[in-house]
Design a protein around this ligand. Sequence first.
Ligand code: HEM
Length: 186
Amino acid sequence: MSDINFEHMTEYAKQFAGLTPEREEILKSLAPVIVPRLSKITDAFYGTLSTIKEASPFLEGRIDVLKQTHLRWLTSLFSGTYDSEYTKAMHRVGDVHVKVKLPVEFMAGGTTLIGDLLLADLDELFRDDPKARTDAVGAVNAILGFSLIIMQQSFQDSSLHAELEKFLKITGMSRALFNNLAAAYR
Ligand code: HEM
């Protein structure tokens, strides 16, 4: 949907997720140590997903392609740039999941699984530096929460859109009239 204010969505999601400029810097600084581990994390993610009965219909015949797109997304978490373009891209990822009719809880479920895997690696990497470990965990938690908020927004937008379509069909009201009325009551 083209009328989405991605700048506002970005600021809003950053506030909730605690994605501060300091944490954005930390994520960028983690890239050299964490990116080489992301392929193994992706394999583990799909390994666990495959054991979930409800997930298998969405994975059949697609795992290799999904692993590639997933690895690209995981790498982007450590790019250090989380502006409205990043938000737009995450919203599009949400839209793709809406289109394939993925249940909404798969978004939170998937994010939790990835969080678990990333935290285990951070634990290993920063075993001797508790402060660095806490900072890294906080930053990773923030970008995962941020991404989840945006992806779930797609599901919300799509369900509002479906409700509106239903309303227009039931009442016979044109979209132009609805838009005019909505603008008047803003
Ligand atoms: C943290 C959660 C997740 C993230 C960040 C994520 C990321 C992605 C990305 C980047 C794409 C490609 C979007 C594009 O075409 O531009 C995608 C597609 C897809 N994902 Fe996910 N995903 C997540 C969870 C899941 C889960 C839990 C499942 C299913 C068990 C799943 C199944 C799919 C499917 C079926 C597609 C579409 C593939 C196609 O085009 O045929 N995703 N996902």
